[in-house]
Design a binder for this molecule. Sequence first.
Ligand SMILES: *[C@@H]1O[C@H](CO)[C@@H](O)[C@H](O)[C@H]1NC(C)=O
Ligand SMILES: *[C@@H]1O[C@H](CO)[C@@H](O)[C@H](O)[C@H]1NC(C)=O
Length: 180
Amino acid sequence: MSLLFKVLLVLQLSFLLLSLTSTIASVAGEADVEAFEEIMSPYPRQPIKRPSRDRVAVQGVVYCKSCKYQGNDTLLDASPLPGAVVKLECNNTRKPITVEGVADKNGYFLIQAPKKVSTYGVHKCKVFAYSASLIWCQTRTDLNGGINGAALKYQKTSPKSLPFALYTVGPFAFDPTCQP
Ligand SMILES: *[C@@H]1O[C@H](CO)[C@@H](O)[C@H](O)[C@H]1NC(C)=O
Ligand SMILES: *[C@@H]1O[C@H](CO)[C@@H](O)[C@H](O)[C@H]1NC(C)=O
């Protein structure tokens, strides 16, 4: 074989490998690409300790405050606020991801974040108290970040049997419309 031919053959082979790699990379997910690169790498990589990438869910409770303590940052005599809407907002992607949750009859809500949001990026998320269903208890308060956004706090669960990592925010509160 001539030298030129050999060089051409090598170039062609490496091009083939390259296009194969990018095809697989675009088909597979990000995590799979990492695994694939690891296999393809001629040098064994040092294992990198990453935060785990579990699915994320966030829970909390929404209250309607008592007229006795209107304008005061307390949940004394407050009652659960069923139907209150809260929003989980995450800036993991170029366009923010927003998911709504609705409080049940106990004022409790649980929002499961979309797959794109993992424990790895949960610090880019906040939860907001958004709206209330009861007309006499409509005014948002910033208690625990209801207006400015609440950071998600990891909630240890035992036994760890949930299909997601559980976080907690709040409790949030709305102010009622009170008779003078
Ligand atoms: C608000 O809370 C503070 C501290 O507990 C208390 O001293 C004050 O009287 C409260 N104000 C109202 C309007 O209840
Ligand atoms: C996401 O980014 C926007 C624009 O910078 C910002 O207004 C918003 O508060 C951010 N949201 C969170 C949850 O950090």
